[in-house]
Design a protein around this ligand. Structure first.
Ligand code: ADP
Ligand code: MG
Length: 390
């Protein structure tokens, strides 16, 4: 795969697929502009190389052209951050857009309207891809967070270009993945949390062949504890996965991968409880309560397990962090990881949200901009949006 540094952009129309899918509130204001900020270096590099930037992205899940999903707020924010005008086209294909693209001058930026206004995007329709591809002379993909999708702009379009490369963010995401999971400095400690074993079972199986230590927290851990015969009260867990959980523990034991499960949990009547949480040993979960966070003894245990790691990969919160009462375990995990000297790589939509909410992002070597694509890498899958660049 070529890097942006090796791509000739001078005087060229550089068609760039970015992931500018940022969250908006009901007033259509951006609530987190991290993805726009992370894309800036690629855009600036293309402009410095004398290119004319034509940007494509999706936003949300519109059904047809719906102004609530317009990239207008993105164009405005991008223009502020870049300090140059960013023109927004009224569509992403068609005669008017072609004219705007061909009239573009060196150093100028044109943002195309939401790709998902056309059903051809998600269907990877060849006709739609060919219309998009005609807008550029060379192609750059920086949309790592969408790389697991077999969509037109991610797969169909790059296949039509000879001159193409990864953007700087895409490259950085892949470099960190490689350093953390393909050629990690050992010991490699993987921390997995979040809500369901079922959504991460494939990742757990793949990681179980790589990790030297596996730390399991969140509701995910409840399934493992229940499988070992503990009474989980009204906690969220998946009894039907008990067999798979035990099988996985057996595989890990045979590989001499050390597994760490919670020894205490914070219990409360429900997810919205306020001021009622208390820590109990996992052997003593009251029948009418839910385990909603890891307890202080577990935080200490996990901290000690992390201490010797040279590489740490983390996905999934340690508790129901959206409620402050159950955010402590996730906060402790941030601190523990930060206090190691390891290379630390984090990914996952909720994990990222929790870390940013707690203002602890600076404590990590790298936080992926992706949820689904990061998980797909953890599962050991090759990503269609990356294969199409090779
Ligand atoms: P990510 O998006 O980082 O991959 P997940 O989506 O797998 O993470 O999991 C995050 C969700 O898991 C959060 O909504 C959080 O509230 C929930 N969660 C974590 N631990 C628990 C728990 N013990 N009980 C209920 N929900 C939990
Ligand atoms: Mg999530």
């Amino acid at each position: 795969m070529r890097q942006l540094g090796d791509l000739d952009c001078k005087g060229k129309r550089v068609l760039i697929r970015a992931d500018l899918n940022v969250p908006l509130n009901e007033n259509l204001e951006i609530t987190d502009d991290n993805r726009i900020k992370q894309f800036l270096p690629t855009l600036q590099a293309v402009l410095e190389k004398g290119g004319r930037a034509i940007l494509m992205s999706h936003l949300g899940e519109p059904s047809g052209a719906d102004s609530a999903f317009s990239l207008k707020p993105v164009a405005r924010r991008l223009s502020e951050l870049l300090g140059t005008d960013v023109a927004l086209a009224s569509d992403c294909v068609g005669a008017e857009v072609s004219k705007l693209a061909s009239d573009l001058k060196d150093g100028q930026v044109l943002l195309l309207e939401n790709l998902r206004f056309h059903s051809g995007e998600k269907k990877n329709d060849p006709e739609f891809a060919s219309q998009l591809a005609k807008l550029g002379d060379v192609f750059v993909s920086d949309a790592f967070a969408t790389a697991h999708r077999n969509h037109a702009s991610m797969v169909g379009v790059p296949k039509l270009f000879k001159e193409k490369s990864a953007g700087l963010l895409m490259q950085k995401e892949l470099d960190y993945y490689y350093k953390a999971l393909e050629k990690p400095k050992k010991p490699l400690c993987v921390v997995i949390g979040g809500s369901k074993v079922s959504s991460k079972l494939t990742a757990l199986i793949n990681l179980s062949s790589k990790a030297d230590k596996l730390i399991i927290g969140g509701a995910m851990a409840n399934t493992f504890l229940a499988a070992q015969g503990l009474q989980m009260g009204r906690s969220l867990y998946e009894p039907e996965l008990a067999g798979k959980a035990l099988e996985l523990l057996g595989t890990l034991a045979r590989r001499d991968c050390k597994v760490y499960l919670p020894v205490d949990v914070v219990v409360a009547p429900n997810l919205n409880s306020k001021g009622l949480g208390r820590a109990v040993p996992v052997q003593e979960i009251p029948a009418d309560t839910m385990a909603l966070d890891i307890g202080p003894a577990t935080s200490l245990l996990f901290k000690e397990a992390l201490h010797t790691a040279e590489t740490i990969v983390w996905n999934g919160p340690m508790g129901a962090y959206e409620n402050e009462d159950f955010a402590r375990g996730t906060h402790d995990m941030c601190e523990s990881i930060a206090n190691t000297h390891a290379l630390t790589v984090v990914g996952g939509g909720d994990t990222d949200a929790a870390i940013h909410h707690m203002q602890l992002a600076h404590k990590f070597s790298f936080i992926s901009t992706a949820g689904g694509a990061f998980l797909a890498l953890l599962e050991g899958n090759s990503l269609p949006g990356i294969k199409a660049l090779e």
